[in-house]
Design a protein around this ligand. Sequence first.
Ligand code: PLP
Length: 377
Amino acid sequence: MQKSELKTPYFMINEAKLIENLEQAKKLKEISGAKLVLALKCFSTWGVFNIIKPYLDGTTSSGPYEVKLGYETFGGETHAYSVGYSEDDVREVADICDKLIFNSHSQLSAHRHIVEDKTSIGLRLNPGVSYAGQDLANPARQFSRLGVQFDHIDPAVFESIDGVMFHMNCENKDVDAFIRLLDSVSETFGQYLDKLSWISLGGGVFFTWPGYDIEKLGLALKAFAHKHGVQVYLEPGEAIITNTTDLVVTVVDIVENGMRTAIVDSATEAHRLDTLIYNEPASIRESSKQGHYEYVIGSCSCLAGDQFCVANFEQPLEIGQQLHILDSAGYTMVKLNWFNGLRMPSVYCERSNGELHKLNEFNYSDFKRSLSQWSVE
Ligand SMILES: Cc1ncc(COP(=O)(O)O)c(C=O)c1O
């Protein structure tokens, strides 16, 4: 299989780049003694888990099917967490998870009897402080429903749980900012933390960002673990998968309406949703800041404002030309949807030896099946 033979749109996961990130994760683990579980909410393309497994300790989840997927396809430690579990959910995950983290006192009291003898029980706490660029993704935002806030803690709970989870970072590339948060958690919640055997510090720590001081992070985590006598966990998603994957698309039309717009065979609303949700323009490998030819890279969905970015190129774009939309793994494949009945991108992995491996492809029957299985008479 050659790249030139592949039909766009498709995702191409690059194994060598993935391993570069995983080597950083390994270094962090070695320095800190922390365990790292992959956040499946960010990336759950299990076809490449054989590459990731040797480096990480397991998976964590946000809903019952992710728990099952982590258990079946990754192994190691399976952490289960959800903002809101039904009793059926808890029964479904109880036998397959190693840790079950409840989001509130009420969820804990309602469901703990189901899991008590089966798994280690935790509670999510809301530290009231955070590092997040956008309010939408800020776990400590006003009236946040994510975890128990300090003032609402029932201290008795620490006699009957094993651990807690704090998630307070979003794409935090600043190790000092992380350490300030860690100190704040330690100071505010320290009396409770000393009673536990494990603490998860969630995700959002961008330790694979170029120049990130992994040693400083590792030593801070080690000191925190030692101070409170706990096993520390991190739940990285984006840090593991960042910069490993291109979404490859083809220009299908070029229109001029005040601005030149290249329309490609993909859409942010269907295939790269966070571009739209967080209003964060994508980057295109073929573009050049100095280029004289400016284009809107427009989606082929019907949504008027659906575009990947505005980018400059050295040469005019041509219909039929392929473009690589960079860094398209985290929170993309997990959010794919069939809006407009567009062709769903296939998924490939480029192995370190150059071979291409197909992980997924979709067709019309997948689209149809996603909409109804049975018709009324
Ligand atoms: C509880 C929890 N853990 C882990 C993560 C993963 O975060 P990231 O992909 O930014 O590392 C998230 C992201 O929202 C989260 O909510």
